[in-house]
Design a protein around this ligand. Structure first.
Ligand SMILES: Nc1nc2c(ncn2[C@@H]2O[C@H](COP(=O)(O)OP(=O)(O)OP(=O)(O)O)[C@@H](O)[C@H]2O)c(=O)[nH]1
Ligand SMILES: [Mg+2]
Length: 311
């Protein structure tokens, strides 16, 4: 996949294509077919706000880009500044860090979704596939660790935690720890990191999941944890590709994309119904919703919260 000389992609053309992909309406997307490019290996990095995702990715990207270039990083940013106002000043801007010609970094607003993903993320990722990226790292905004939709869009999911996060490990909802392929206890320079890793191990052992995620300790300025994570990612990607052959991967991503589009079309149909309409029998409203969905959305075609097209 590492075709061509460095850098093997046109940054301006790519930037334009990504802007286009991130702004397409549901109806436009439903009419768009996949490019046919084989999806690049995808790594998802998720975790609560401020846990150190961007800082870690900035370092990880350099390491991974030595063997998989060009490498793309897509960071999903919260749309509402209120949702993490106190953290914004602190926010690591990876654009500033990616001086490596093998790395391309792009931030996209999280849009109308509540699962920490941007609405058009599937198409942003397939745009990167069409440009021939060898690997993609996705940072998803931490959403109180409620839902991890990113799972369906990546091959390997990494969950970042840090000491003193508040929640005790035992209290974490079942499934959150188990769906991750790897867990990083980040900011290991802070008190309680080792204790947290031990607690994680025993919690996961008690829950007896089929394949308990591996746990890595990492901290800024220390390469040991970073390199361990890098090696574990290689293993996890290899396993993911063995589990799902090319067709299965492609179909899984296509399924999630369509599922999201249909869900958004449904939301739009609901949003178009006046309050008074709900006095009607449910079956009648349902038929109307189906008809609206079949007709397509005649409005601007965007979910609330998505920016309007620039002129
Ligand atoms: N003590 C310590 N602080 C760190 C470490 N890594 C990152 N930080 C700090 O943690 C803060 C948040 O880091 P980010 O990388 O922006 O975290 P994030 O998870 O990407 O944050 P959001 O994108 O806002 O959710 C910054 O002030 C970093 O400097 C670490 O290993 N140890
Ligand atoms: Mg970040």
């Amino acid at each position: 996949m590492n075709a061509g000389a460095l850098p093997s992609f046109d940054r301006r053309a790519l930037s334009r294509a990504l802007t286009r992909a991130s702004r397409m309406s549901v109806d436009e997307l439903l009419r768009t077919r996949a490019s046919g490019a084989q999806p690049a290996p995808r790594i998802g990095i998720t975790g609560a706000p401020g846990v150190g995702k961007s800082s870690l990715i900035a370092r990880l990207a350099r390491v991974r880009a030595q063997k998989a270039w060009p490498l793309a990083v897509v960071a999903v940013d919260p749309t509402s500044p209120d949702s993490c106002g106190s953290l914004l000043g602190d926010r690591i801007r990876m654009e500033d860090l990616a001086d490596d010609p093998r790395v391309f970094v792009r931030s996209i607003p999280s849009g109308g979704t509540r699962d920490g993903l941007a609405d058009n993320l599937p198409d942003v990722l397939s745009t990167l596939d069409a440009f021939g990226f060898a690997e993609i790292v996705v940072e998803t905004v931490g959403v109180g660790q409620a839902e991890f939709g990113v799972r369906e869009l990546v091959d390997v999911e990494v969950l970042l935690l840090m000491p003193g996060l508040g929640d005790s490990i035992q209290a974490m909802k079942a499934g959150i720890l188990e769906t991750a392929d790897l867990i990083v206890v980040n900011k290991a320079d802070l008190d309680g990191a080792r204790r947290m890793a031990l607690e994680l191990k025993s919690t996961l052992a008690q829950r007896r999941t089929a394949a308990a995620p591996r746990i890595v300790l990492a901290k800024a300025g220390d390469d040991a944890g970073l390199l361990e994570l890098d090696a574990l990612l290689d293993d996890a990607l290899r396993e993911a590709f063995a589990r799902r052959p090319a067709d299965a991967r492609r179909r899984r991503f296509a399924r999630y994309r369509l599922q999201r589009l249909v869900a958004r079309r449904l939301e739009l149909a609901f949003a178009g119904l006046p309050e008074s309409r709900f006095d009607a029998p449910p079956e009648e409203i349902y038929e109307e919703i189906l008809a609206t969905m079949a007709r397509g959305h005649r409005g601007p075609g965007r979910a609330p919260g998505q920016p309007e097209e620039e002129s």
